[in-house]
Design a protein around this ligand. Structure first.
Ligand code: COA
Ligand code: AMP
Length: 634
């Protein structure tokens, strides 16, 4: 792979000569057949990377490393403080395990292009499952274990999996969360029914299997034969990952095989400054994009060792958990969400747990998933004394859009900015008419098409929704949904979403989706859910409900019912704890709820009364209602 000597050299080449830039990056991939074109456009606004090329992602992530002498190198270190297990898996063992799971799927009739849903916790089998799908060309869709049956059912109906892979439980610090009842309920709710489910029985929870549909994972493996890699087109889908949109219908982000491998491999050296054989730890969950890209695919494609951590930053058992793992497994790069650091900082403000461990092996801390607040940045930098790198990305892109590329050039850090666009991304700040704004002016951040490799190619079976969600707002650009600005040095500042998406503990959630659930409550006439600032989780949702005329039920009961509806229909991770009952909602004369103004009131920020408001007095009522549930929290 070519080494660039400066950020400007790499960035300018990627924009002025994308074909040359990315053609060179493809040298890191083992192809079955070389591409015909680097980037092509089968129809207006749609782009394909490496059309004509053939390959297999699992071969690139496992087999080729075994063939080239990494058989006995560690591929995965599974560290699970919630079960007390540490398990080390070499590339050779990974090949055997993944080939067998691939054989189990092939025996169940799963073919290239067919979908497999994976609803599993942070255990090595989940990683085998993902790679096994890639091995046989099946398209996986991992659903985060914290989602409730209703959310899983929506994904089953959209992806239409032939098979679902699951385990009997996830383990949270408060105890085991049985998954099988959630899976059964989801399949009951979904219109599409999978032909088979394979259930991995964890020792903490044993589950009864549904006859003719469920099969014991380990029993099935006994009957399976190792399956070889199936060659796929670079443009074939590798996976679908659902993410929150502005409504209750999640978006099925489609990732291809070839572009994904090329960009992730490029990122390992150029952004994270990792060498094959180094230990890389993304402390996230495989249910999220960070987990897909940087727990599973990128480290393995690159021949590094990845850490799979089944625990939390605090409470498993203490705020020294991260430092213990770094020390024990010689981690070179840690990647996590700022919320994890806020949790550690809250319990150990003086960094006393850091001092207990020798973590001199740690060279970089990368943070993403939400805004990195300067307090957390300075705290981490002060105690770790290594570069702390904020980088900005989305499920849709699969890898960073803006970062300080540590393998190219360490640019000066500006607290509050994820630095500059990563090579390949032509990032612009636009006004509402799609005109590029001058430095310092805030607008919507958009990326000029084509997006670089690895970014979504469409939404699963919804080309029209892909266009209307991302490409229609600004002709020729992908709209990120984030607002912000660039400074005079080209540094990007992300100021928050311009839509109804919120970020709770690094998890992306839709307030629109929550409103759809609250509106279903029999006593609710109308409602609003907003995201308010939270010291630990970045944001948390707060609900407002106007009751139907004549409802005499105790409002406290209604509040509790709404909170439990959100838990049952979206999941505990939504963290909706506060619901206030109000007489009316603030609206414009045309009936639009003034959520942004409500947000400012809840956050204790200054706000101006919108000129379009129907009745300004309602803002005072909202302020009083919020006070009763403790907002603003200052
Ligand atoms: N399965 C089932 N339930 C889950 C779950 C899972 N995989 N993950 C979270 N939950 C549940 C929790 O048990 C909790 O339930 P509760 O309300 O009954 O207690 C709820 O969802 C909220 O969980 P969480 O967001 O983990 O909050 P917390 O207060 O328990 O912990 C942090 C706070 C900051 C420690 C935690 O959010 C954290 O580790 N964040 C890092 C996030 C991250 O890595 N994001 C990835 C993006 S890079
Ligand atoms: P997700 O798709 O879940 O990864 O969430 C993507 C969203 O998280 C982005 O659109 C941003 O709003 C937010 N985000 C991710 N990384 C950052 C960052 N470094 N700074 C600010 N916001 C971020």
């Amino acid at each position: 792979m070519k080494n660039y000597h400066s950020y400007d050299e790499a960035y300018n080449r990627s924009i002025n000569d994308p074909d040359g830039f990315w053609a060179q990056a493809t040298e890191a991939v083992s192809w079955v057949k070389k591409w015909g074109s680097v980037v092509s456009s089968p129809k207006p606004q749609f782009y394909r990377w490496f059309e004509g090329a053939k390959m297999n992602t699992c071969y690139n992530a496992i087999d080729r490393h075994v063939e080239s002498g990494r058989k006995d190198q560690l591929a995965i270190i599974y560290d699970s403080p919630v079960t007390g297990i540490v398990k080390k898996i070499t590339y050779g063992e990974l090949l055997d395990n993944v080939s067998l799971v691939a054989g189990m799927l092939a025996k169940a009739g799963v073919k290239k292009g067919e979908r497999v849903i994976i609803y599993m916790p942070m255990i090595p089998e989940t990683l085998y499952a993902m790679l096994a799908c890639a091995r046989i060309g099946a398209v996986h869709s991992v659903v985060f274990g914290g989602f409730a049956p209703n959310e899983l059912a929506i994904r089953i109906d959209d992806a239409k999996p032939k098979v679902i892979l699951s385990a009997t439980c996830g383990i949270e610090p408060k105890g085991a969360i049985p998954y099988k009842p959630l899976l059964d309920k989801a399949i009951e709710l979904s219109k599409h029914k999978p032909e088979k489910c394979f259930i991995f029985q964890r020792p903490q929870v044993k589950a009864e299997l549904t006859p003719d549909r469920d099969f014991d994972w380990e029993e099935a493996l006994k009957d399976a034969k190792p399956a070889p890699c199936v060659t796929v087109a670079a443009t074939d889908p590798l996976y679908i990952l659902y993410t929150s949109g502005t409504t209750g219908i999640p978006k099925g982000v489609v990732r291809d095989n070839g572009g994904h491998a090329v960009a992730l491999l490029w990122s390992m050296k150029n952004i994270y400054n990792i060498e094959p054989g180094d230990v890389y730890w993304a402390a996230s969950d495989v249910g999220w994009v960070v987990g897909h890209s940087y727990i599973v695919y990128a480290p393995l494609l690159y021949g590094a060792t990845t850490i799979m951590y089944e625990g939390k930053p605090v409470g498993t058992p203490d705020p020294g958990a991260f430092w213990r793992v770094i020390n024990e497994h010689k981690v070179k790069v840690l990647f996590t969400a700022p919320t994890a650091f806020r949790a550690i900082k809250k319990e150990d403000p003086s960094g006393s747990f850091i001092k207990k461990y020798d973590i001199s092996c740690l060279k970089y801390l990368f943070l993403a998933g939400e805004r990195l607040d300067p307090d957390t940045y300075y705290w981490a930098e002060n105690f770790l004394k290594i570069p702390v790198i904020d980088h900005w990305w989305q499920t849709e892109t699969g890898w960073p859009i803006a970062a300080n590329c540590m393998g190219i050039e360490h640019l000066p850090v500006k607290a509050g900015s994820p630095t500059k666009p990563v090579p390949g991304y032509n990032v612009q700040v636009l006004d509402e008419n799609g005109q590029e704004l001058p430095d310092g002016s805030e607008g919507t951040i958009a990326i000029k098409l084509p997006l670089p490799p690895c970014c979504l190619t469409t939404l699963w079976e919804k080309d029209d929704a892909y266009v209307s969600s991302y490409l229609e707002t600004f002709a020729g650009y992908y709209s990120t949904g984030d607002g912000g600005f660039k400074d005079k040095d080209g540094y990007i500042y992300i100021m928050g979403r311009v839509d109804d998406i919120i970020n709770v503990a690094g998890h992306r959630l839709s307030t629109g989706g929550m409103e759809e659930v609250v509106a279903k409550h029999q006593d609710v006439a109308e409602c609003a859910v907003i995201g308010v600032d939270d010291q630990l989780k970045g944001q948390v949702p707060v609900g407002f409900a106007v009751l139907k005329a004549g409802v005499s039920k105790n409002p406290v009961d209604i509040q509790k019912e709404i909170v439990s509806m959100i838990r049952e229909q979206i999941g505990a991770l939504a963290c909706l704890k506060d619901v206030t009952i109000v007489g009316r909602l603030p609206k414009t004369r045309s009936g639009k709820i003034l959520r942004a103004t409500m947000r400012k009131i809840a956050d204790g920020k200054e706000y101006s009364v919108p000129s379009t408001i129907e009745d300004p007095a309602v803002l005072g009522e909202i302020q009083d209602a919020l006070k009763k549930v403790g907002y603003p929290k200052k």
